[in-house]
Structure formats: C-alpha cells, structure tokens
Design a protein around this ligand. Structure first.
Ligand code: B4P
Length: 191
C-alpha cells in the first residue's frame, strides 16, 4: 500500500504516520524528518535547508526531488510506504507521479487530514512549548499556513480530480483520527 498523507502543519500527519507504521508495517517517509536529519548532520544540503525551514518556506523542488527519489528507490519502499510531507505543491505532485510510474507503482491512496486553522495554531503552540522547533514560532507558523493555502491546497484538488483522495476529519483525539483513517483504508481494501 502506498499512502500519501496530506495536511496543513499541525494537522497530525507525522503523528498519524507513526501509528500507521506500527499497524501496517510500512516505512515512514517524512520529508520534514529527512530534512531535519540533514540539518543535524550538518551536510551541505542540511545547511541550505535550515535557512529555508527557519523562515517557514518550502525547500526548493530540486532539492526535494533528489531527496525523495533517493529515498523511494531504497528496497524497503518497494512494498509500499507512508509518505508524510511530500508532495507540498503541484510540481512535487507531478514529480511523484513520474517517479512511481517509472517504478511501475503508479497507484497511491491519498488521505487529506483536515483540521480547522485555529486548532492548528493551538497544536503547534503546544509543540513549540514542548519541543522548541525553530519553525514553530508563531510568526513562522502563520507563514507556513499561508504557504499551505497557496501551494499545498491545490494538491488536494489535484488528487481529488484523480479520484484517489479521501478526506479525514483530523479533529478529536489521536486515537479517534487514527480509527477514522483505518476505516477509510479498510473500506478501500474491501472494495
Ligand atoms: P514537516 O516536518 O512536514 O512539519 P509539519 O507540517 O508541522 O508536520 P508534522 O508532521 O511535523 O506535525 P503534525 O501535524 O504531526 O515540515 C517541516 C518543514 O520542512 C516545512 O515547513 C518545510 O520548510 C520543509 N519541508 C518538508 N517537506 C517539504 C517538501 N516536500 N517540500 C519543501 N519543503 C519541505 O503534528 C503537529 C502537532 O500536533 C504535534 O505536536 C502533535 O503532537 C499534535 N497533534 C497531532 N495530532 C493531534 C491530535 N489529534 N490532537 C491533539 N494534538 C495533536
């Protein structure tokens, strides 16, 4: 199963991906985590990415394409994956289509985790207090939400038009959201 999790910052993509990985035994591919690891390791890519992430902007499509192509070509991704944080714009969505077509695995199941904007701000404020992530400062988060509306929301429409997207309400407890996701996946594997 190839699952793509779409959602605004704070919608719970990363949180739900961890649960799905346990349940489905598929690799979790988080572009945010890949970038944060590169930043921590101090690689050239990490140094370039850090400034962009700290400003709340999107890392360039070229860098992301290299990163995701390399990750998806690893053996563990052949049986499927939970992709979290990619694609974030239409260029990335088309690039992903091409990578998967080349690998002969064109079909994806896209889950859009939908959460009200005020709740997103509250959740990220909570994470900022706990983890102190540099891109969780309030001004930066507002910018990330603006970029989401401008660049990532069209990706929701892109997959809706392809007929592969399901909307899942991302409000309520982590467990409630997880159960909603599992019901959608179960419905689709049965049909
Ligand atoms: P990400 O790491 O993807 O950050 P995110 O959008 O905040 O999502 P995350 O998965 O971490 O948070 P979640 O919603 O689970 O990206 C970081 C940056 O990297 C981007 O801004 C960008 O600069 C760069 N980047 C990444 N991918 C890129 C790409 N493809 N192209 C270009 N640039 C890219 O959780 C948020 C909080 O909510 C947590 O504290 C969690 O505990 C809480 N929460 C979750 N579910 C909850 C629930 N049901 N109830 C209460 N709290 C909940």
């Amino acid at each position: 199963m190839r699952i793509v999790l779409l959602g605004a910052p704070g919608s719970g993509k990363g949180t739900q991906a961890v649960r799905l990985v346990e349940q489905l035994e598929l690799p979790h591919i988080s572009t945010g985590e890949l970038l944060r690891s590169a930043v921590e390791a101090g690689t050239e890519l990490g140094q370039k990415a850090k400034t962009v992430i700290d400003r709340g902007e999107l890392v360039s499509d070229d860098i992301m394409l290299g990163l995701i192509t390399q990750r998806l070509s690893r053996d563990d991704a052949k049986k499927g994956f939970i992709l979290d944080g990619y694609p974030r714009n239409i260029t990335q969505a088309k690039a992903l289509d091409e990578i998967l077509e080349r690998q002969g695995q064109a079909m994806v199941e896209v889950l859009h985790i939908d959460v009200d904007a005020e709740l997103l701000l509250q959740r990220i404020a909570g994470r900022a207090a706990e983890e102190g992530r540099s891109d969780d400062a309030e001004e930066v988060v507002r910018k990330r939400l603006r970029i989401y509306a401008e660049q990532t929301a069209p990706v929701v429409e892109y997959y809706t038009a392809k007929g592969v997207l399901s909307r899942v309400l991302g409000e309520g407890s982590v467990e409630e959201v997880f159960q909603r996701i599992m019901s959608v996946l179960l419905m689709h594997t049965e049909s």
